[in-house]
Design a protein around this ligand. Structure first.
Ligand code: AGP
Length: 371
């Protein structure tokens, strides 16, 4: 399988490095002359105009993708978006009606928990759109509409390129809903699409500067606990960074909303505790950036080793960062397509350095087809 891995040490490494073209493939053919074409959205536009709530159902990494796009869809469409772990959804008698749009995100399309949530939602009269990678799998077959990721087969158990594809596909769905429902002007949608189309190049820039994170991973190979902090879309990114590290490197890792620190988790921080912090653009929403910078300061003052993921040119983080990992400038909502990449590389390289089976981590299956 050496050849299949294209010269990389693992399928996971290969798939991480395919992410620029993966996202380009998700977007391809769906943006034409600045206009959004989603022919696969087989749900009647009249129905889409009556939707008063969106519920995303998914598990694991796919649920983290849902947590990212909640921010975008609520912002663009002014529809409330709930993100539910599929296995929790069904058992709490959720409020679902014909006016609910359920978005089921699943790379494999075969995750039993997610499939059961889809069936439950349909029984209550909800329409379901599936965001999937594997053509012809069960979830997109049973859904009312399916948007495929087109990122190619994902072999490694740890999901990477499908995560980026899921986020990009859900962005398309959100902008499409805004287009159909008239929440955004056509030129605003065209502008968003142009910025989204520029993302694959920026992903490539992040991938091309991966040596710094590779070095860090080697240095931190014996770490026993790593924390991840973020706010806004940086919060699900922190969750995903922690999940990757648990899954393949078997290191205790936790992702937190940075604002939650003082409500408990900061008690975990002592001398030498590595803490990754995902910092939003200084040009973004007022005060969000400075709040995160204060959080870096708080953990550093308690001895943390701060590994800061910050936008190019962001100087405000420098006094409190032990390490600054840069990402190219983009819209705040699109940054998760860039900021998660150093975290994926970190886990992959660290697990490789530990001599672990990166593609087949212990106790895990690529798709969980039992409840
Ligand atoms: C990701 O790295 C995981 N192995 C896992 O959390 C996965 O995302 C989850 O099981 C959902 O799988 P699906 O996307 O195929 O439904």
């Amino acid at each position: 399988t050496g050849a299949q891995k294209g010269g990389y040490a693992s399928f996971m490494a290969k798939e991480i490095h395919e992410q620029a073209s993966a996202v380009a493939d998700t977007l391809r053919g769906r943006i034409e002359d600045g206009k959004l074409q989603l022919d696969e959205m087989k749900i009647d536009e009249a129905v889409l105009r009556t939707i008063d709530k969106i519920v995303v159902v998914a598990c694991g990494t796919a649920a983290n993708a849902g947590a990212v796009v909640k921010y975008a869809i609520e912002h663009w469409c002014r529809i409330p978006v709930e993100v539910e772990l599929a296995h929790e959804f069904r058992y709490r008698d959720p409020v679902v009606t014909e006016k609910t749009l359920v978005v089921a995100i699943s790379q494999s399309g075969e995750t039993m928990d997610t499939l059961m949530a889809v069936r439950h939602a349909q029984e209550q009269g909800a329409k379901v759109v599936a965001i999937c990678n594997t053509r012809g799998s069960t979830i997109p077959r049973e859904a009312d509409a399916a948007l495929y990721l087109h990122v190619g087969p994902e072999i490694a158990v740890a999901s990477t390129k499908a995560y980026l594809g899921q986020i990009a596909a859900c962005f398309l769905l959100g902008l499409f809903l805004a287009q159909v429902r008239g929440n955004l002007y056509p030129d605003e949608i065209a502008q968003q699409m142009e910025d989204l189309s520029a993302i694959p190049e920026k992903i490539q820039e992040v991938l091309d500067s991966s040596d710094q994170v590779e070095r860090l991973a080697l240095e931190m190979k014996d770490a026993t606990s790593v924390l991840f902090l973020g706010r806004h879309v940086g919060y699900p990114t922190a969750m995903e960074g922690a999940l990757k590290l648990k899954e393949i490197a078997y290191i205790h890792a936790e992702g937190f909303a940075a604002g939650e620190l003082k409500h408990g988790p900061i008690a975990l921080v002592d001398q030498g505790q590595p803490v990754f912090v995902i910092v939003p653009s200084p040009g973004g929403r007022d005060s969000l950036h400075s709040k995160v910078v204060s959080n870096i300061q708080e953990v550093r003052a308690r001895g943390a080793r701060t590994l800061v993921i910050a936008e190019e040119g962001d100087e405000a983080v420098l006094p409190y960062a032990d390490e600054v990992i840069r990402y190219p400038r983009t819209r705040a909502l699109f940054a998760p397509l860039l900021t998660v990449i150093p975290l994926q590389i970190f886990s992959c390289e660290l697990a490789t350095a530990k001599g672990l089976d990166v593609d087949q981590p212990r106790n895990l299956a690529k798709s969980v087809t039992v409840e």
